[in-house]
Ligand binder design. Structure first.
Ligand SMILES: [Zn+2]
Length: 618
């Protein structure tokens, strides 16, 4: 079995690397590539497993590598681990974790031990420092060369505390994420061997060939296309195929996932497996434990998952895989390549909302793949923004009106809390879970809403597709996304990036005075907050008509296009950011004015809107 698979594996390697050179090819930024072959044997009684890996690792960097790092995430689930200490000592503990790791018994802890590590057949000397293996290579890896790592490992699945684990609250036996020795990413910023303290992940795109032997009553799903579906059955077999009876206790499930940066699987003997074929050739798999609570909502979910894939493919870039699986498991919702683990006993709105959010991660986490430690908001925030639009489009029970309302409310709580830290903070190092969550999800979502306001709605939508086409499979950073938006809009946007991402300065503009000046009206605007923004000022006259005064910043070096269905723009005057006040003379008498408002679109994240409106009370 091993030998045959290896032959197959090396054949695929050659093909895969042929493709890699062409399609991974970055003109402007190199990245490592990797190809995993793994065989795992799972014991569902002891919850322990053994495995072997062969990893072809290609150093596309200009650097010679002397060391290697692997993540061993399951070692976090042990009393006194860094994750345990961090979870207990942070001022606002995650309610899913709190002190639960400290109370795990020996048969409940998680572990992942590498017993052997070789590179090109030579022993690598290594030390396991909790969740990270530090290896000193027997010889350096030169630029533009490929080496083969081989490992033997054994693990124990932790009782589920956070994301991964066994025997979840909803009774799912195995949620297997972050379960194998995963080579750490090395990029233009060096190694990213972050210890696992609870936040998210960063990986190298490559091919995963994974064979899992497990008790034959278990039904599996996860990342990757099942290669032996007609031997496995359980709803994976081709129509009309009779699946042969298997002698023995175990079945071996063989999955293959091309061009992904992680591999998750889940397993339970109680799973119901729904399979939905979309017209575009994508297969959607739903795996859940059917009962009176889950059955009606998961039945309805069968139309929502394809609808969300279709909406996202049209508006944010075409989904590049032929499969997506929504699997009951985990402890809330968590994204993995080609799949998600979500808890399943939810109201329909919650089930669809979480599915949509985790599915959309396929775009920002799965395919754009920004480093989630350094730019978590480029994943969570952009996913939230696109999720707001997707839900408004596919789910009729969403309250009508402004789809991003929740994101604005979250940001305002953060900005007025005194706990805000810049978006540029490394995800592991925020002082509070509150500041991390609000920054990543809400302020990150508003990054795009603010660009929509600054650039104009059409430019943002086109810019998101351009971002996808430019940076898919390349791990973009904050500068990469802002440069795309600059090219799309023709505006200078560096100032916006610097204020929004690298500072906690806030936006607050006011109409401080309106007075008659002969047949004209003098409007005085004031910048109270420290962050400058262009201003849309809309004047409503007593006859009900509206006109707009547009005040772009000098430093944006251009203007957004006039909104086709908005009020007519009658005046454009540039505002230097150094000036706290700006006076405008409007060529209409004060008596004709009913009201004046700063940004009635509500897109600008002004933290005090009470001073945005002048009302000409008679
Ligand atoms: Zn998310």
């Amino acid at each position: 079995m091993m030998r045959r698979l290896n032959g197959l594996f090396y054949g695929m390697l050659i093909t895969a690397f042929g493709i890699c050179q062409a399609s991974f090819g970055q003109e402007d930024r190199w990245q490592q590539s990797v190809s995993y072959q793994m065989e795992v044997d799972m014991d569902v009684v002891s919850n322990q497993y053994t495995g072997k890996q062969t990893i072809a690792y290609t150093n596309n960097s200009p650097d010679t590598l002397y060391r290697v790092f692997f993540h061993l995430y399951y070692n976090a689930f042990q009393p006194n681990s860094m994750m345990d200490v961090r979870s207990r000592t942070i001022v606002d503990p995650d309610r899913r974790v709190t002190d639960r790791i400290s109370k795990l018994k020996p048969n409940e802890v998680g572990y992942l031990n590498v017993s052997q590590l070789k590179m090109n057949g030579l022993d690598v000397s290594f030390e396991q420092v909790e969740t990270v293996l530090e290896g000193d290579l027997p010889h350096p890896i030169l630029p533009h060369t490929t080496v083969l790592f081989e490992t033997s490992f054994d693990g124990q699945v932790p009782l589920q505390v956070r994301r991964s684990g066994r025997d979840s609250e909803e009774g799912v036996r195995y949620s297997m994420s972050q379960w194998y020795p995963k080579i750490s990413n090395y990029d233009y910023q060096g190694w990213h061997a972050n210890p696992y303290v609870g936040r998210e992940f960063y990986g190298i795109w490559g091919d995963f060939d994974v064979s899992i032997s497990i008790d034959k009553t278990y039904i599996l799903g996860g990342t990757g296309y099942l290669q032996n579906s007609n031997e496995i059955g359980h709803g994976y077999e081709d129509p009309g195929v009779t699946v042969p009876e298997i002698d023995g206790e175990k079945l071996t499930w063989h999955f293959y996932a091309p061009r992904v940066h992680d591999f998750m699987w889940a397993a339970d003997p109680k799973y119901t497996h729904d399979r939905i074929e979309m017209d575009n050739g994508i297969t959607v798999h739903h795996l859940y434990i059917k009962n009176s609570q889950t059955a009606p909502n998961w039945e309805k979910l069968k139309s929502y998952t394809p609808a969300a894939i279709t909406y996202m493919s049209e508006h944010f870039g075409e989904y590049p895989y032929k499969q997506f699986s929504v699997i009951q498991g985990g402890d809330g919702g968590m994204e993995y390549p080609m799949s998600t683990l979500i808890t399943g006993q939810r109201t329909l709105g919650s089930l669809v909302g979480v599915m949509v959010h985790e599915l959309i991660h396929s775009w920002f986490h799965g395919v754009l793949g920004s480093n989630e430690s350094l730019y978590s908001w480029m994943d969570e925030g952009f996913t939230t923004y696109a999720g707001n639009l997707t839900m408004a489009n596919i789910f009729s029970d969403v309250p009508s009106g402004f789809p991003h309302r929740g994101s604005y409310a979250g940001y305002e709580r953060l900005a007025t809390s005194g706990l805000e830290e810049p978006l540029s903070t490394h995800a592991d190092h925020f002082n509070t879970n509150f500041a991390y969550g609000s920054a990543a999800y809400s302020k990150g979502s508003l990054f795009l809403s603010q660009l929509e306001y600054i650039m104009g709605e059409g430019h943002l939508a086109k810019g998101m597709l351009r971002y996808w086409n430019t940076w898919k499979f390349k791990h973009p950073n904050v500068n990469d996304v802002i440069r795309v938006m600059e090219k799309q809009s023709g505006l200078e946007l560096d100032w916006f990036k610097e204020y929004w991402v690298f500072s906690t300065k806030t936006i607050d503009y006011a109409i401080s005075d309106v007075s008659a000046s002969g047949q004209q009206t003098k409007i005085t605007l004031e910048r109270i907050g420290l962050m400058p923004m262009p201003i849309d000022l809309v004047v409503t006259y007593t006859d009900g008509s509206q006109e707009q005064i547009y005040l772009p910043l000098v430093i944006q070096r251009g203007q957004k296009p006039e909104k086709a269905d908005g009020p007519k723009r009658i005046l454009t005057e540039r505002w230097p950011w150094t000036n706290e006040q700006k006076e405008i003379l409007l060529d209409r008498p004060l008596a004709n004015i009913q009201s004046i408002e700063i940004d009635p679109s509500l897109l600008m994240a002004d933290i005090d809107r009470s001073n945005n409106v002048f009302s000409n009370e008679k």
